[in-house]
Design a protein around this ligand. Structure first.
Ligand SMILES: Nc1ncnc2c1ncn2[C@@H]1O[C@H](COP(=O)(O)OP(=O)(O)O)[C@@H](O)[C@H]1O
Ligand SMILES: [Mg+2]
Length: 303
């Protein structure tokens, strides 16, 4: 018998068990891409997902959003099993709205010629009454700090601004969780920073659960939890510090660690300095090196 604390269940916005997905080629051959993945995501958390190209991250994201249907396993969204035989179409639509998705290319996500109409598109599509749409659009534009661009054409916006409008369009559907699939990879550094600030704010101030697929280590460092995907399963799962201190394992799967972690790792491994390398921020590296200097100089600290 399954014995579970109902509050504990509600605490997990996503519960994935033994999920498997294969793409089917025209000749019928199946290519397994997601292999027996199990994962629980706590409501309100910020999870970064890393993995080299082709490891299955985007496929996993599309399974969570029910764009793709797995061949086997279980996927609970907000406590409801989505892979039941008897699930209704209404239930699927309602569950799908709980998990928003933001993709890489902001241009592919724009549908209207005026910003506020673009943000209104989702709620209009699901039959929200006009006065409530107005409120949702205003609130979503405020949340991404784009109110002053409400009447602009998306074509006048920078990449970072367009991506914030795409986020507003998802927010207008009032999701519990947003899966971001490399949302900053087509942006310049200023655009990347704007979008990261927006994502952090939605997580911290609005309590939206964030799953951020990224190949930028400086973005992953800002998450509560980092998952590393390789060949369709998660091979590392922990806090950024726990995960990035596994330098060798991360390199084995073709990824990098943050630059400062790499530097400390080299000082430790190659220069045989007695410094830790579970380090994520340059100020921690400075402190560790000062401490080492003081030790080696009989206690006299470096200024
Ligand atoms: N529509 C598709 N049809 C067949 N194979 C696909 C399709 N989309 C992705 N794949 C394959 O699935 C694997 C995982 O792809 P993907 O989920 O996009 O990985 P990632 O997002 O980590 O780069 C890759 O080998 C890719 O070629
Ligand atoms: Mg991808």
């Amino acid at each position: 018998m399954e014995c579970r604390n109902p509050d504990a269940v509600r605490d997990q916005i996503l519960e994935v068990r033994d999920l498997c997905y294969s793409y089917k080629a025209e000749n019928g051959t199946l290519t397994p891409v997601i292999r027996n993945v199990s994962l629980s995501v706590q409501r309100g958390s910020f999870v970064a997902i890393l993995g080299h190209n082709g490891s299955g991250k985007s496929t996993f994201a599309k399974l969570l959003n029910m764009i793709l249907t797995p061949q086997s396993g279980s996927l609970r969204i907000d406590g409801t099993e989505t892979l039941r035989e008897d699930i209704t179409e209404e239930e699927i639509f309602a569950l799908r709205r709980k998990i928003g998705m933001v993709f890489q290319n902001p241009d592919n996500q724009m549908v209207a010629t005026i910003v506020e109409e673009d943000v209104a598109f989702g709620p209009e599509n699901i039959g929200i009454p006009p006065e409530e749409i107005r409120q949702r659009v205003d609130s979503a534009l405020r949340a991404v700090n784009m109110t002053e661009f409400a009447k602009h054409s998306p074509s006048q916006l920078s990449g970072g601004q367009k991506q914030r409008i795409a986020i507003a369009g998802i927010l207008a559907l009032l999701p519990d969780c947003i899966v971001f699939d490399e949302p900053t990879s087509m942006l310049d550094p200023a655009g990347r920073a704007e979008v990261m600030d927006t994502i952090l704010k939605l997580n911290r101030e609005k309590g939206i659960t964030v799953l951020l697929i990224t190949h930028y280590m400086d973005e992953a460092v800002q998450a509560d939890r980092v998952l590393v995907m390789d060949h369709g399963s998660f091979i590392l799962d922990g806090t950024p510090r726990e995960v990035f201190s596994q330098v060798e394992k991360i390199k084995e799967v073709g990824l990098d660690v943050p630059q400062v972690t790499e530097l400390m790792y080299r000082l430790h491994k190659d220069a045989h300095l007695e410094v830790p390398y579970d380090i994520l921020h340059s100020r921690e590296a400075v402190d560790a090196l000062k401490l080492l200097y003081a030790k080696e100089n009989g206690g006299s600290a470096l200024g």
